[in-house]
Ligand binder design. Sequence first.
Ligand code: SF4
Length: 536
Amino acid sequence: MSTAGIPAVKETKAQKSERLKLEKNPWEAWEEVRQFAKEGRESVLPEWANLYFKWWGIYTQGDGVGVTGGVGGEGKATEYFMMRIGLPNGILTSAQLRVIADLTKKYARDLADITTRQNIQLHWLTIEALPEVVDALTAVGLSPKGACGDVVRNVTGCPLAGIDGHELIDASPLAVEIAHKLTANPDFYNLPRKFKISVTGCPLWCSYPEINDVALTAIKRTVDGKEEIGYTLRVGGGLSTEPHLAVRIPAFIQQDQAYAAVHATAEIFREQQELRENRTRARIKYLFMRHGWTAESFLDALEAKLGYKLDPSPVTEDVIPDDVYRDHIGIAPQRKAGLSSVGASVLRGRISGEQLHQLAELADQYGSGELRTTIMQNILIINVPNEKAAALVLALNGMELHVDVSAFWRGAIACTGTEFCKLAIAETKGFSQWLVSEMEERLPGFDQQIKLHVTGCTNSCGQHWIADIGLEGKKIKKDGRSVDAFYFCVGGAVGKFARTARPLGYRAAAEDVPDAIERLLRGYLEARRPEEDLRA
Ligand code: SF4
């Protein structure tokens, strides 16, 4: 039968993505990227370029010209790129940080961002620079591999793992093991979409297990009079356009079962063909939200995959952390007497190459040369002798990485926004900085923690769904012009009061946001009862 005159059916975004992923493991395309780099900015990139680059932690950034198309797309490599450097559990040495600082200065216009997954992100990279940047990172044990793409993303964990006096167990070796084994494993290069893992041995849950695809949190039980530390497993958390808090799976995961449980969960996710039909609904949370899965049915699937039964653990056995600051800002005593960690608040995660250099110097001078990034876009220097901590605070304050900050500064989070993100609707980094200064001026004595999260579009990389006040970027018409605006969501939380923020159905032009927040908070302060906070 002739098909003449019948228009070709356009491939969907999901179909195109799945086709390209089947054609090649993007991790094996690195030599071709090197070739493009040699050819320079005039090299013509193939259809797969935009997609495969992400497996190497590389995106085209939003303000260039050249490579076109969302998933894949031919074009010239005349655009600038951004690169995310994965830091499993946020662990970083001063030697590694110096390399990142050098790269930031040399290739990234002296500008880096700490992300909400403990990564460090560089911008303004040219195609020629990509191999040199990756080689320099590899030489110090770092990599952007897997920081983006349909793979296991940077595995997050408590930045004080191994040194905190309250932790049940140091879970950072497990976080790093998961990161290295799953990111390097070709069996997991083609997941339906991104897969976010968090592992923490501390009862504060500062790595937000509730919003990860899979999360392990340490738990203690007593069997026959003997105490045992294991893990609770949560599956299916995620924010984006349809927020969903992770479901607790009713099992006690013994320590020697933990890696296998995460591996098996990744396998279950990989095998769900129905999740590959629509990229906006391709996360594991949709098994619970749209495909009828429950905690019990997931446990059945997990045990079938593992080949053995897990110990039961009723939901009532869970110990959920109270509503406390979890950002590790300030001086905190470590488990080992005489040592402290010092956490500096990096407003909106933005930091310069020079500041990164200075941080490396300070980590050597005052600590053991070890640093940690946090999911609240901050940085800690650890193993600081107590008698040196105050001097370190002064040094940090002096380089605009403040330790003593207002509640607004401390609680501010901002995603990438229109400055570099192609999906963004509103600018976020500059706005967030201005908003914090406005709120500090308007409400100087505000006395309780407040999470003020700014996100440039519905994708919620700035986690507005778990903020006290979450702002989602929009555009509105004001005085005949299209201007940045923000949609208000309030009352989001993790931990004991975990819930996603309520949309207020109210949006304001960016320049009017401080007025609206001031009204909101003044009203709240007037009505506040002594024990109340914003989530009640
Ligand atoms: Fe980009 Fe939107 Fe994510 Fe912000 S939330 S980084 S604007 S995709």
